[in-house]
Design a protein around this ligand. Structure first.
Ligand SMILES: [Zn+2]
Length: 181
């Protein structure tokens, strides 16, 4: 990203295609994008309009975790949540599957406790460094601020992750060999 002119004593960053992706694919808020690029919200909004991005759409398509059927939800909900189910029946079916069971158990054991103990946001999501959700050792846990950030990590992008064993935030990236084929 190229810097342009000085704004409130800081360098403004030029809005680019990454900002469009952040808005339309990663569903980031205009205010968050504005903060990151150090420009006004109006500037982001105008930039998106110029690129023909529909800033009026508040609904996006997600897929059911069990049957992969498409479903429409609000952007807000899509940001907050990482898993979607088209019906309660699909939810129950998935919860009873071995994968659902493993994920549910690991979440129940750690999440609430870790959030309190490490003063993390309520939206925090846990990932397993070695990919094994039954390995609940502290060193194997990686925590993200939101389900959205965890999702970005799972896709192989660089994100801020919290390592509870060391009590530090670090830029983390899922090793290429661990990315789902
Ligand atoms: Zn379904």
């Amino acid at each position: 990203m190229a810097t342009t002119r000085v704004w409130r004593g800081q360098f403004k960053l030029a809005l680019d295609e990454a900002a469009v992706r952040a808005y339309s694919v990663d569903l980031e808020r205009i205010s968050d994008i504005a903060r990151r690029y150090r420009v006004s919200r109006q500037a982001v909004w105008r930039f998106l309009q110029d690129r023909g991005v529909n800033t009026g759409t508040r609904r996006v398509e997600v897929k059911c975790k069990m049957c992969h059927k498409s479903k429409e939800v609000s952007k807000r909900r899509a940001r907050m949540q990482s898993d979607f189910f088209c019906t309660h029946a699909c939810y129950v079916k998935w919860m009873r599957s071995s994968q659902g069971k493993a994920e549910r158990d690991s979440r129940r054991v750690d999440r609430e406790y870790l959030i309190r103990r490490h003063d993390l946001p309520d939206t925090a999501e846990i990932a397993f460094a070695d990919g094994d959700s039954s390995n609940l050792r502290l060193v194997n846990l990686l925590i993200f601020k939101t389900p959205q950030e965890k999702e970005r990590y799972e896709r192989g992008l660089v994100v801020d992750g919290y390592l509870p064993a060391a009590r530090v935030w670090l830029r983390v990236k899922k090793p290429r060999e661990m990315l789902a084929a």
